[in-house]
Design a binder for this molecule. Structure first.
Ligand SMILES: [Ca+2]
Length: 129
């Protein structure tokens, strides 16, 4: 009994010394950079993303597509993530009409927490191209 107690005390002591691994439950913060009001051809979409432990990737979405339209895993300076988006390929029927799209970004950290940005609106105009 004494040995068990001693071992327990050692385990507890080691636990206190090394510290328990801290679980990351804090989601990244992400915000879209407002794109130009009118988008044409291939455009660059940008978002700022930060996290307490580090952002692993940022995905970009539009409301005319069900899957991400692109992702960036490496920030440029100042936590800025970006993709190039071909609006001609990305927006159906944009060749003969002007389409208003909603755009947003999702940021992930290593623990799988997800932050979602506010939505920004832009007009895609590839008419006559
Ligand atoms: Ca985090």
């Amino acid at each position: 009994m004494k040995i068990v107690l001693t071992l327990s005390a050692i385990v507890v002591a080691l636990f206190l010394i090394t510290g328990c691994p801290e679980e990351d439950t804090e989601a990244p913060k992400v915000s879209m950079v407002k794109p130009d009001t009118t988008l044409t051809d291939t455009v660059t979409l940008k978002a700022y993303a930060t996290d307490n432990k580090g952002v692993s990737k940022v995905e970009f979405y539009s409301d005319v597509d069900t899957v991400a339209i692109g992702e960036d895993t490496e920030a440029e300076s100042d936590s800025l993530y970006s993709i190039n988006w071909d609006t001609k390929a990305g927006v159906p029927a944009s060749l003969d009409s002007v389409v208003t799209v909603k755009l947003w970004a999702k940021a992930y950290d290593e623990a799988g927490n997800v932050g979602v940005s506010d939505t920004v609106e832009a007009t895609v105009d590839n008419t006559g191209k």
